[in-house]
Design a protein around this ligand. Structure first.
Ligand code: SAH
Length: 466
């Protein structure tokens, strides 16, 4: 695994001072999983390149206590970890260039804050989400990128591109800043980490994220992935990143979706909201409740329509509700508007009187977040107890997942999905619920329709019979 950093700052050999590694020597440091060599293929006044070569000992990797349990699995032995830029490389950067990361340069302290032209090359960088995610993470920080997908096998070009890229990042900045961004973002791109994530990892993220993460447009994605999708840690970290900007992650499910899917995905999110809006308007609802409203994107559209007298959003997540509050600018609305809108924290698996009495309810991409064992309680709470005249439901169509080229078979689009229904399963569920609770039901597709697999999202409109 290789990383090179080049500068043309003059004298370029200042890079040796900044990295605390003498260009004349081969420097070797040991890490738990192998050795790191730092050497300089070029070191002149005009150009200096430092190379970090991480030589992972694959046998040592297998011997180390694993979070996957002790049993033998083939992927312990056959995997990309020795070759690809992953969290192992981050640890190597921290070990080899710890002094530079800490912003110290004993020999030339005046150099630490000097912004110099830097080019970093990573020949095998895995990136979950592909080029769009790479750009989204680095471009807001001022990097220029050159991105080339690596073939699966040079000898068989027909096999197409792999999930690895050759990436060049260039920017004029301090060495410390560059290394900090690499340290945090390499494992974020890979969407995995080889070590256990605990509370101290939040501290580390806050420390390394100082001055850039709080204002990064994708700070939530970065935080979530950096903390290996551990919800409680992510919530704590995001709360600590107080300098919050209105973030607008296009789609909660984006990081599960593959290369070049991003744009389609944003459009799909839009299509879903438009579908919901149309359905609610067609049923002439005056009072609506968005159940599992998340960050309030549907609510934001509904408030613009004066036909709605009462609009409520509910969600189990306080954080989501806070975001909805700020998205809707609730605190700044005139009193007459404020009285139309209510946000409630509740779980849809309980009888909650506050959810009763509405003309219509929307459940957009919510049902698949419920544990299957809680589904029957959810049905009773929503269709039996709250019992709005109209209930609209949207959920992923699992049949369509085959068309996402990098979503492995059997995997869900989002890590928090507890299941994803194929069309037949969703319709069977809808018909049974309609029958049991006295509703009529119709099904619709949402998004571009494939002849075989249907649409990416499926919808149902339940109308109470009496
Ligand atoms: N409807 C929104 C958000 C979808 S994400 C949109 O389309 O953008 C799913 C949402 O359901 C999350 O905000 C999650 O907090 C919420 N949720 C999951 N389980 C829930 C439950 N049992 N009760 C209420 N909300 C729940």
């Amino acid at each position: 695994m290789l990383l090179t950093m080049t500068t043309t700052h003059k004298p370029a050999t200042d890079l040796g001072y900044l990295l605390h590694k003498n260009p004349a020597n081969l420097n070797t440091v040991t890490v738990a999983f192998g050795v790191v060599h730092i050497f300089y293929p070029v070191a002149t006044e005009d150009c200096c390149t430092a190379a970090l070569l991480l030589d992972i000992d694959p046998v040592e990797l297998v011997r180390r206590p694993s979070t996957h349990g002790q049993s033998f699995t083939l992927d312990q032995y056959v995997n990309d970890r020795p070759y690809a830029a992953t969290s192992f490389l981050s640890v190597a950067i921290n070990t080899a260039f710890g002094t530079a990361l800490a912003g110290r340069c004993n020999a030339r302290p005046q150099l630490v804050d000097r912004e110099i032209p830097l080019l970093v090359k990573l020949p095998v960088l895995p990136c979950r989400g592909g080029e769009p995610i790479l750009r989204r993470l680095f471009e807001p920080l001022g990097y220029e990128l050159s991105i080339l997908p690596n073939l699966v096998d040079d000898r068989f070009p027909d096999w197409g591109d792999s999930r690895y890229f050759t990436v060049e990042l260039s920017r004029t900045c301090t060495v410390r800043e560059f290394l900090t961004h690499l340290y945090v973002l390499i494992p974020v791109l890979d969407n995995d980490k080889h070590y256990w994530i605990g509370d101290s990892e939040v501290d580390k993220l806050i420390r390394f994220g100082e001055g850039w993460l709080a204002t990064h447009p994708d700070k939530e994605l970065i935080t979530r992935r950096y903390l290996k999708h551990q919800k409680s840690l992510t919530t704590i970290a995001l709360e600590r990143l107080t300098d919050e900007t209105e973030d607008d992650i296009a789609e909660q499910e984006e990081d599960a979706l593959p290369n070049n899917q991003e744009v389609a995905n944003i459009n799909l999110n839009d299509a879903r909201l438009t579908w919901a809006q149309n359905q609610l308007s067609q049923c002439h609802a005056k009072t609506v409740i968005d159940m599992g409203c998340g960050e309030g994107k549907l609510l934001q559209r509904l408030v613009k329509d004066p036909n709605y007298e009462k609009i409520t959003g509910c969600d189990v997540s306080i954080r989501a509700l806070e975001k909805a509050r700020s998205r809707l600018r609730l605190d700044r609305l005139p009193a007459s508007q404020q009285s139309r809108i209510t946000l409630i924290q509740t779980a849809l698996t309980y009888y909650d009187k506050r959810l009763t009495g509405y003309d219509a309810a929307a459940l957009i991409e919510v049902v698949e977040h419920l544990d299957p064992s809680r589904l029957s309680m959810f049905e009773r709470a929503v269709f039996g107890f709250a019992a709005p005249r109209t209930v609209i439901v949207s959920t992923p169509n699992a049949d369509y997942n085959t068309l996402y080229p990098t979503l492995p078979a059997g995997q869900f689009r989002h890590h928090d999905h507890r299941f994803e229904w194929a069309r037949a399963a969703f319709q069977a569920w809808g018909l049974r619920v309609a029958e049991e609770f006295g509703y009529a039901v119709e099904f619709e597709g949402i998004g571009p329709c494939d002849d075989v697999y249907g649409t990416p999202t499926q919808g149902a409109i339940f109308t109470r019979s009496a």
